[in-house]
Design a protein around this ligand. Sequence first.
Ligand SMILES: [Cu+2]
Length: 227
Amino acid sequence: MRKYLGMVGFLVVVAAIVVGVAFALNAFAFIPAPYAPAASSDGVTVKEDVFPFAPCTDPDFTKTHPEYAQCRPNYNSQYVLYSEPEIVVPAHTKVTMVISNYDSTSSLVNNYFLKPQGVDGGVINVDGQQMDTIDPTVVSHTFVIHGIVSQKQPWLYVGVPITGVPDSAKTDDAGMPDQPIVTTFTFTTGAPGVYAWQCFVPCGVGFNGFGGPMGTDGYMNGSFTVK
Ligand SMILES: [Cu+2]
């Protein structure tokens, strides 16, 4: 009997540890809900906003953008981020991406990303202007969708430089620019697959700028699911 009780006690302790760890992992995780905009006859429009810091911490900004009033749980408010890390789009569908960037310029570390790749016509639209290449000194991020190697899905590669807001632009008290720079482009999805998207500008912190938001899920990277 004593042995039996000891066993029950042991199992209770193990269960408590498992529940505790699961709770801790969930509490520290940064897992926003998947973003799956509805498709129309003209395809699907995916909107991303890029921020230099958490917009929920900026009262001037949330006054005009109430959709950002609520902070995400366990979110590092100092990190640069894309607003939608988990993107879901339909297969065999035209995708229009509209990326509104509120972050300032930094610089590209190589010229590979100057030319838009994998997009219709090889061009992007930046604040109303068609561009087939970008000045490397005005880029602040890139939006790159790439494959996770698998024989079960087709390749998908899209690579676009994202222009930053000039330092001279008007900002609110917290430093958020009044107007973003808007980059728009289109491409068409193939068969279903799961891909990753990432920024490749070292816009983070730590060694070579590749730490912090560059190395943490959900800020400068995420998933791009075609289904
Ligand atoms: Cu970035």
